[in-house]
Design a protein around this ligand. Sequence first.
Ligand code: UTP
Length: 406
Amino acid sequence: MNYDETVRVLRERGQEHLLRFWDELSEDERRSLLAQIEAVDWDAADLGRHAERVACAKEPKPIKGVSLTEIARDRKAFCAVGEKAIREGKLAAVLLAGGQGTRLGSDAPKGAFDIGITHPLYIFECLINNLRAVTERVGCFVPLFIMTSEKNDAETKAFFEEHGRFGYPREYIRFFKQDMAPAADFDGKLLLEEKGRLALSPNGNGGWYSSLARAGILEEFPAVEWLNVFSVDNVLQRIADPVFLGATILSGSACGAKVVSKAEPHEKVGVLCLDGGLPAVVEYYELPEEMANARDGEGKLLYRHGVILNYLFQTKKLAQIADQRIPVHIVKKKVPFLDAQGKRVCPEEVNAYKFETLILDMIRLMGSCLPFEVVREHEFAPVKSRTGVDSVESARELLQRNGVEL
Ligand code: UTP
């Protein structure tokens, strides 16, 4: 879009202020600003005007998964199917590392955080060690696709190189960048971070597939039929787990989700259920009281499958749903911005909406999903903050309990 077209688009949307410092910009800055404005997803940004809450489950029903007991009984059969698929090159792993990790309070990529005590042990290193435990047993490597964002891409790549990719071969690692989304103030006006730059931040973890597909990485690995997508911050994450893969393949589902049994009704994890016959994840802050507290005949929580951001997605189905939109969630955050006089403001309180899509909303589109129960103490140690629940402290304790030397 040229300048005149951009002015027209902005005027239609009441966003002309984005060009208020135009006269002060260099040619390069002008070009860059026009490109950023052209890339804005206005459908998402317009939501800021009324801050709609994303609807939660309308017709919730519990979903049947494979329990720990069933997994123990069928372990051998699941494992054989999963290992065979891995040897045939049918599985790739996708590490979601595009987040900003604001709660951890470090500007570096979250995976570069050193969780060691007596020696360095980086989060990325923990994850690669977990993956290598499988690849060494199975006898072949699993391609690893790492999603970064504009904010941490260069640093993440440099970190991996600096550490010899923690022993993982270069030819099996690919990086791809997720998209950025603008932030808006509470009147829906997009914010500027600099005179020639919008305040942009990663657009949530729901855009991983479109970004991966756009990067053309899947074409390089045509045998891949399953993607094991996982978050950067669970240091006990079992990646490319053959038992999980085998169980999902044998179930005939297009998707699988590792779940832990919720410890209590209000635990802060999303809940996997059925909604109108389709699998769906209800976020903990959207979970109605009666759903949270409902119990079955044995007294167990009816909606107990807590998701831990470790999913299997069938690539065939992903390609079919690629064009479908997933809901945009609106989150209130503190976003530094330039005021009308061009002065940088670092707000003390939340001042803006960010627009994010979430991977958990893709589960419904997949049409079927197998909840696969895992032992929380062995597979779930998220690092969200420095101290307290889901923190560096709690993750260290769990790592040590699982025999990892810190
Ligand atoms: P979180 O929801 O914990 O967000 O991410 P975060 O950005 O890492 O941390 P806070 O909320 O700012 O403290 C869950 C997973 O999704 C990835 C994260 O890297 C993490 O693996 N993620 C999140 C992305 O890849 N992109 C995003 O835009 C957001």
